[in-house]
Design a protein. Structure first.
Length: 358
């Protein structure tokens, strides 16, 4: 056996190992999805899935939640999603939530969750948190809020999205509503997100929130003013829904008031007021009859001069008697006869004198 024939098997084995190592190094590496949060404070059975394609499986404390993963609690189950840096989201019983987006900036975390059912108690230290839902999207910039979605099995119009903004600002938006909320304000969306009812939260809402989220103890101090501080009201926009008509309250009926007669729009007839008692009676306007134009016949004596006609003196107007102080002045009576018009130039007819016979 020659030396070359003895080394041939070792050369073949070495070449095969080299090709295998080259193929292993050239295979693409599986990308590692960073963990955004971990589960904590698990009560009873809590389910989780690592991605949208995976199935739900029981999860334990420390389970890592990545983008695309989801968490579900049962009837008597609770859990907390801890993002770190005093930012957490607590899940009430019968809650299903999925992590859609997660990023970190210098001002904090920017988180986007999809709420399928149940309630979330949110404690946010900087950044922003958005909750998407079929009735509307809620954006939280304040540190504390509670969001609950109840799903009806019979009528979709009964689905309700309740936003309790303990410390805002909070903002709700859909195709119809675009409404901000301030501290201790609440908004309820129903009827496919068209109907909105806004109100103020009672003081007991803070105690209820702290009972479920003990790590949010700073909430009470943020809402309680320090000694000597004067609380300042924050002006917020309020979207007012249509009022609900209630029963009409009983009232005492007042006696009817006489309604004045409508004023006649026609021009009134002016009636002269009676003259004062101190005013003398007006003069009589009855004209005196004109002098007669008939000539007087001459005397029988031819030597006597012709007498000139004597004019008839005009008739004096009767003197009116002033009325007594207690009686109204009498109205002047109109003349019963119409006087004949005067002759402007009466013509005198003279008879010819007879010359006596000597």
């Amino acid at each position: 056996m020659t030396t070359s024939s003895w080394l041939r098997p070792f050369v073949v084995v070495s070449l095969g190992l080299a090709l295998g190592l080259q193929a292993a190094c050239s295979a693409p590496a599986t990308p590692v999805i960073p963990t955004a949060a971990v589960l904590d404070d698990i009560v009873n059975i809590v389910l989780a899935r690592p991605s949208t394609d995976a199935a739900m499986a029981p999860a334990a404390k420390g389970h890592g939640l990545v983008v695309g993963g989801a968490i579900a609690t049962g009837d008597q189950s609770e859990a907390k999603i801890d993002f770190g840096k005093n930012t957490s989201v607590r899940l009430a019983p019968q809650t299903i939530v999925a992590l859609e987006k997660f990023s970190t900036t210098k001002d904090g975390f920017h988180i986007s969750l999809q709420l399928v059912n149940g309630a979330l108690l949110i404690s946010l230290a900087g950044g922003s948190l958005k909750v998407t839902n079929s009735l509307g999207d809620v954006t939280l910039l304040g540190p504390y809020a509670q969001i609950e979605y109840t799903h009806s099995q019979t009528d979709k119009r009964d689905d309700a999205l309740t936003i309790k903004c303990l410390i805002g600002p909070c903002h709700i938006q859909n195709g119809v509503i675009n409404q901000p909320l301030g501290n201790m304000q609440q908004l309820i969306l129903t009827n496919y997100g068209v109907t909105a009812i806004q109100s103020d939260l009672p003081d007991t809402a803070v105690d209820d929130f702290l009972a479920e989220s003990p790590e949010s103890a700073a909430l009470a101090s943020m809402l309680t003013p320090m000694p000597g501080d004067t609380p300042t009201a924050t002006a917020t926009q309020t979207w007012t829904p249509l009022p609900i008509l209630g029963p009409i309250a009983s009232a005492t009926i007042a006696p009817a008031t006489a309604t004045p007669a409508p004023t006649d729009t026609r021009r009134p007839t002016i009636v002269a007021a009676p003259a004062s008692t101190n005013t003398p009676a007006p003069p009589t306007n009855t004209p005196a009859p004109p002098p007669s134009g008939t000539p007087v016949p001459p005397p029988d004596d031819a030597d006597a001069p012709t007498a000139q006609p004597s004019p008839v003196p005009p008739t004096a107007a009767p003197t009116a008697i002033p009325p007594s102080p207690t009686e109204l002045p009498p109205s002047p009576e109109p003349p019963t006869e119409t006087p004949a018009p005067p002759t402007p130039n009466p013509t005198r007819t003279l008879e010819a004198k007879e010359t006596p016979t000597p």
